[in-house]
Design a protein around this ligand. Structure first.
Ligand SMILES: [Zn+2]
Length: 157
């Protein structure tokens, strides 16, 4: 009874499926972030004066001290690659035609990271700490979506 199982396939189990659907509104701050992204092509954050912390995307309230914040601080377009992962299979475990790289980028001037695709990597391997810059869709193709950002690419030079 207290034997340790080392093979998860040996655990007694039953299968099932849980369908999950959701609708999540961006809220006032999210709306400001996406509108600024679409109309001005900028990454909008919020600065908490008390905490000396700059959030991105912008926030209505500071998550540390609950101060009311405004969406008035532009960050990026350059940034630092804080972490990344390369995916070779999809969520079903099927091989992807091309590997997909995602990463956490801290835009210049921000204290928080954005999660997005890492694109146009070229031949040089990615490194944590390397400089990257945001790649946006052309102005006429933006829809106030997180996908108005194509991703982040290694910075030139
Ligand atoms: Zn604060």
């Amino acid at each position: 009874m207290l034997d340790k199982l080392t093979d998860p396939a040996l655990v007694r189990r039953w299968g099932g499926e849980i369908p999950v659907r959701h609708r999540y509104t961006p809220g006032l701050a999210g709306e400001a972030f996406f509108t600024a992204l679409r109309d001005r092509g900028v990454l909008l954050g919020s600065r908490c004066e008390a905490c000396e912390y700059i959030y991105v995307p912008c926030r209505l309230f500071c998550e540390r001290c609950f101060a009311e914040l405004t969406a008035d601080t532009e960050v990026g377009p350059g940034g630092t690659l804080e972490s990344f992962a390369i995916g070779y299979v999809d969520v079903e475990g099927e091989p992807l035609d091309e590997p997909v790289t995602v990463g956490l980028v801290m835009p210049d001037g921000a204290d928080a990271v954005l999660f997005h695709f890492i694109v146009e990597q070229g031949e040089e391997p990615l490194e944590i700490g390397m400089r990257v810059e945001v790649v946006l869709r052309p102005p006429g193709e933006r829809t106030a979506s997180i996908l108005d950002i194509v991703g982040f690419q290694p910075a030139a030079g």
